[in-house]
Design a protein. Structure first.
Length: 148
């Protein structure tokens, strides 16, 4: 009986100490400036690592030229080789379709980054003229909105 009482008493003390420590841990907040620095470092490391194999042909018309970071945003730059199609025609005819496809793909493939506050920007430019055709900025909020 004494052993059981002592065991229960020790268990109670241990649980109380553990509960007190966990309250301290859950109420402490990671400083926003440190969090922002950490996101920027992660984005920089990811961009550096993924850039090692560039440029890379994606499909018949598209090549991934560079991956960089701007603060905590990963910036992917693509070139589109459109053949005889003009830049104006690409912008007019392909913008909406590409934006939906790119957003859907990024929301699926980069969900962990987006959830952590590391955003994504896709820049498409003409391989011939080097003119910027599209820019798609993708955030976690956009992914949540597109699922509705």
């Amino acid at each position: 009986m004494k052993k059981s009482f002592v065991l229960l008493l020790l268990l109670g003390i241990f649980l109380q100490l553990f509960a007190t420590d966990s309250k301290k841990l859950t109420t402490q907040e990671f400083p926003q400036t440190e969090l922002k620095k950490q996101k920027m470092q992660i984005a920089s490391m990811v961009a550096k690592e993924l850039s090692k194999n560039l440029p890379q042909k994606i499909d018949t018309y598209t090549s991934l030229i560079s991956i960089t970071n701007e603060d905590a945003t990963l910036v992917y730059t693509f070139e589109i080789n459109s053949g005889a199609k003009s830049d104006a025609a690409i912008i007019k005819e392909d913008h909406s379709r590409m934006q939906r496809a790119v957003t859907k793909g990024v929301c699926r493939s980069s969900s962990r980054f987006l959830e952590a506050g590391i955003n994504t920007r896709y820049i498409y430019r003409s391989a011939k003229s080097k003119k910027r055709l599209f820019v798609f900025n993708i955030t976690q909020a956009q992914c949540e909105k597109s699922q509705l």
